[in-house]
Design a protein around this ligand. Structure first.
Ligand SMILES: Cc1ncc(COP(=O)(O)O)c(C=O)c1O
Length: 403
């Protein structure tokens, strides 16, 4: 946890809104996951989609992780941060021809195939390059992750992967294609999953598939169990990462196959805070209190996008009782609120407020609506801190345009 005086110094130097990440927290989360494998063959592919700022990715690379990319941009970021192509898995529900060409050319560890049509396209494009693309099939096990519907991906109704019942035939097909080398099976049933059961069931389904394939002579190299581990945004119970890993190992070890996982949120989410200043407080007779912050849905989309809950607190607590307040941003949209009717201490204009657990799906989803430049990001490491992305200027924001 970054101490309040350091946060206050950072806000003074970098301005608000700004993101601050705690390097020690990221190291600790990674170490806990890694250690829980207890020597079982595995690779932790950090899901760059959670936070792909170069310094964060580089930090995770330096810890020994591998990478999970969801776009060519993320593949390139991963390589700039030192990952070798054979440490990168590439997932994406609609890969373009250019993306497939580049992924094949780079020789990534696995392109996670999402459909029979894509299987065909990868095969064709690999043959055209005289290459054999390493592929894993993303299966959809029709398991309810019991997460928010917008971040559930493992149900038949979701657009991701192929029904697991179709997988054996598709693996046979892949094994027969000249341009493809099937190396793995992939499953990812959603994000912010807070119970172990769906994750274990998904793993068991993939292990059973691998066993059936083996009996048919299709030998895989790894099982990619995806990401999805939830974090406690509100203090409620979540799955212990070590327990999750032990469950994966227990499900898989009979097969002897290497386990890949693609965690994002659990590695970086709790390590980030968003610092923001109170710019207005208003309350009229018979109406509620509004605390207006200088950060809004442009900096942190999650509340507007998923009604996500974040702990929010003043950096320094003033005397006085808590009372209900809407904690809102400055954007001209009614959905631009971080919290509604939240019990909140008294605050005054100019007070610093911290929004917690924003290290994942925070800055990466930031946008420039209302011509608001992207905020800076800071990495704190013990008593030191440094700017890892400076605040965008308006000129930079407009640089792509002409009148
Ligand atoms: C394919 C894939 N892998 C990994 C992740 C990372 O998930 P999480 O951040 O929940 O661990 C995601 C995010 O939804 C994803 O789509």
């Amino acid at each position: 946890m970054i101490p309040a005086p350091q946060l206050s110094d950072i806000a003074a130097a970098a301005g608000t809104p700004c993101y601050v990440y705690d390097a020690a927290a990221i190291r600790a989360s990674y170490a806990a996951l890694d250690a829980a494998f207890d020597g079982y063959p595995h690779a932790i592919h950090y899901a760059l989609k959670a936070n792909s700022s170069l310094a964060i990715v580089k930090l995770l690379q330096s810890l020994g992780s591998h990478a999970d990319a969801n776009s060519l941009g993320e593949v390139d970021v991963a390589m700039r941060c030192g990952y070798r192509p054979d440490q990168i898995v590439f997932t994406g529900v609609g890969k373009s021809a250019a993306e497939i060409d580049r992924a094949v050319h780079l020789g990534l560890l696995a392109i996670n195939v999402e459909s029979p049509g894509e299987l065909d396209r990868i095969d064709q494009r690999a043959i055209a390059q005289d290459a054999r693309a390493r592929v894993a099939l993303r299966v959809n096990p029709d398991i309810d992750a019991r997460s928010h519907p917008h971040i559930s991906t493992g149900l038949k109704a979701n657009k991701f992967g192929v029904p697991i019942s179709e997988a054996p035939a598709l693996f046979r097909e892949m094994a027969a294609r000249k341009g493809l080398q099937p190396v793995g099976a992939h499953v990812h049933i959603g994000s912010q999953i807070t119970t172990l059961d769906p994750l274990t069931k998904a793993a068991e389904a993939v292990v059973a598939l691998a066993r059936d394939l083996r009996s048919e002579g299709v030998e895989l190299q790894h099982l990619d169990m995806g990401g999805g581990l939830g974090i406690s945004y509100d203090g409620g119970p979540v799955v212990d990462p070590a327990e999750y890993v032990r469950a994966l190992v227990a499900a898989t070890k009979g097969s002897g196959l290497k386990i890949a996982i693609e965690p994002g949120r659990v590695l970086v989410g709790p390590a980030g805070v968003l610092l923001t200043h109170v710019v207005d407080v208003k309350q009229f007779a018979g109406s509620k209190r509004f605390v207006v912050l200088d950060a809004g849905m442009t900096e942190l989309m999650r509340p507007a996008l998923y009604s996500a809950y974040h702990r929010i607190e003043p950096l320094l607590r003033r005397d006085g009782d808590e009372s209900p307040a809407d904690l809102v941003g400055p954007i001209c949209e009614s959905t631009d609120a971080y919290a509604r009717d939240r019990m909140f201490p008294p605050v005054e204009v100019g007070d610093l407020v911290i929004v917690r657990d924003v290290g994942a799906y925070g800055a990466v989803m930031g946008h420039t609506y209302l011509r608001r430049p992207l905020p800076p990001e800071i990495l704190s490491d013990g008593s030191e801190w440094r700017v890892i992305r400076r605040r965008q200027t308006l000129d930079e924001l407009l640089a792509l345009e002409s009148e």
